[in-house]
Design a protein around this ligand. Structure first.
Ligand SMILES: CC(C)(COP(=O)(O)OP(=O)(O)OC[C@H]1O[C@@H](n2cnc3c(N)ncnc32)[C@H](O)[C@@H]1OP(=O)(O)O)[C@@H](O)C(=O)NCCC(=O)NCCS
Length: 413
């Protein structure tokens, strides 16, 4: 970011109101000059651009803090579950016992997916990309879901059915019968049950709940912003979530945890970490599971999973993988001052609860769905179409030359 030269200061008068707004936009210890420079430039990738207001999620990238509706993610993962966190994201406050009971029952009752949707999912090629299959599943749900649903009921239906769709994709991939959801199980327990056909241990179900809570929302990340843009055209909620699934598919967003698991396997043993990572850094290859656009310190989600990993790893293979990951973490911090993001540890945790690597990104989508839906509902509630402008850098008004007078030119990309 361009820094203003303090020697070249000029007094500019702004109203009390404008000053207040600029102050509110300032990040931790950010100067007013920097705030104005940030607002006046079109940073590549919209880095640091404030793209809208939201009261759902707050990220403090310097302190490494993540709050959903004001509640710290550390407290939520310690005490809450998927259902309660979803209620919180959608309603802005924690539920009472009765609120949570009826909310969970409604979510449970909406888990089953239409027969036609099962047929579509089980006719897809068994080797097709699981995110492609999920995109098809969510788009098709928009066609088969009850057209009389209210906006809130549609959100419920999508969140409730995402896990069922993903589990069906997994079962079909292995030529296994799709497992129907059970209403008597919690969301996390039922999800693992539909994946494996067996009711998981309490410990695994708890870890799954934590993973879902950790992924539930993350402010204006690429997939959520995609969902908000689609919603801002007043398109339907299924289209918004389908678009979000498409954005999440990209390896710079979802998908990094799968690569971390691949990297850990490639490294093979803790003794090889040093040479492997230094080799990658020397050839300027990015190491998955590290770096973040917003966090300038350790991603708090990574911290929670890192602390939990010390307790959940059991097998020799898991212990070695954790050692490899920790070794990688130490080198990247020392050599590049790079901190881990959630993806460094989430693959290990997902593998532990029986989720295979090809299902990591779809499971991320299951976890993120409550956040996407909260943002879509927030966008609908106070909408203006999202339509920025570009910083045009192409040619200005050019005379149209007849075809026979043109000489060959190289095409632009
Ligand atoms: C997350 C990510 C896409 C953020 O990208 P970004 O904000 O555009 O950051 P940049 O790619 O511009 O990186 C800034 C600098 O840090 C370095 N860097 C960032 N992440 C890095 C990584 N994982 N490994 C090595 N170097 C990294 C870049 O090389 C760059 O250095 P330079 O200025 O010397 O060229 C990026 O850190 C990344 O690709 N990480 C790996 C994939 C990943 O884990 N994704 C999951 C995110 S939750």
């Amino acid at each position: 970011m361009s820094q203003a030269n303090p020697k070249e200061t000029k007094m500019v008068k702004v109203s009390e109101e404008t000053h207040g707004k600029l102050k509110a936009m300032a990040k931790y210890q950010e100067t007013m000059d920097n705030v104005i420079a940030r607002l006046a430039t079109q940073a590549k990738g919209l880095e640091d651009v404030v793209a809208g207001k939201s009261s759902i999620t707050f990220i403090d990238g310097h302190e490494g803090r993540l709050l959903y509706r004001g509640y710290d993610i550390a407290d939520l993962t310690a005490h809450s579950n998927y259902e309660e966190t979803t209620y919180l994201l959608w309603n802005g406050h924690l539920p009472t016992v009765n609120d949570l009971k009826s909310f969970s029952e409604e979510l449970g009752a909406k888990r089953e997916i239409p027969r036609e949707l099962v047929s579509i999912l089980t006719t897809l090629p068994q080797n097709c990309d699981t995110m492609d299959a999920l995109r098809v599943g969510v788009a098709a749900l928009g066609v088969f879901d009850d057209p009389m649903y209210s906006q809130q009921e549609r959100a419920m239906s999508i969140a409730a059915k995402m896990g069922t769709i993903v589990a069906a994709i997994h079962r079909h991939k292995h030529g296994q019968a799709v497992v129907a959801p059970r209403e008597d199980l919690s969301f996390a327990t039922n999800f693992l049950y539909m994946v494996s056909g067996k009711v998981p241990s309490e410990e695994d179900a708890r870890l799954m709940d934590v993973l879902l809570i950790l992924h539930a929302d993350h402010e204006f990340n690429a997939s959520t912003f995609t969902a908000r843009i689609i919603a801002s055209t007043l398109s339907d909620i299924y289209s918004a979530v389908t678009g979000a699934v498409g954005a999440l598919k990209g390896p710079l967003h979802g998908g990094a945890n799968e690569k971390v698991v691949e990297m850990t396997a490639e490294i093979g043993s803790p003794a090889n970490v040093d040479a492997y990572i230094r080799g990658k850094l020397a050839s300027k290859v990015k190491i998955n599971g590290f770096g973040h656009r917003v966090y300038k310190t350790m991603d708090p989600r990574a911290k929670i999973l890192s602390d939990m990993a010390a307790h959940f790893v059991r097998t020799q293979k898991e212990k070695e993988s954790l050692e490899i990951i920790k070794g990688t973490e130490a080198i990247l911090l020392k050599e590049k001052n790079l901190h881990p993001n959630v993806d460094l540890f989430s693959g290990l945790a997902l593998n532990h609860v029986g989720v295979p690597a090809y299902l990591f990104t779809p499971v991320f989508a299951v976890g993120r769905a409550p956040g996407w839906l909260a943002h879509v509902l927030e966008q609908y509630a106070d909408n203006r179409i999202i339509r920025p402008i570009s910083d045009y850098v192409g040619p200005q008004l050019t005379a149209y030359a007849p075809i026979e007078t043109r000489s060959p030119k190289r095409s632009r990309t």
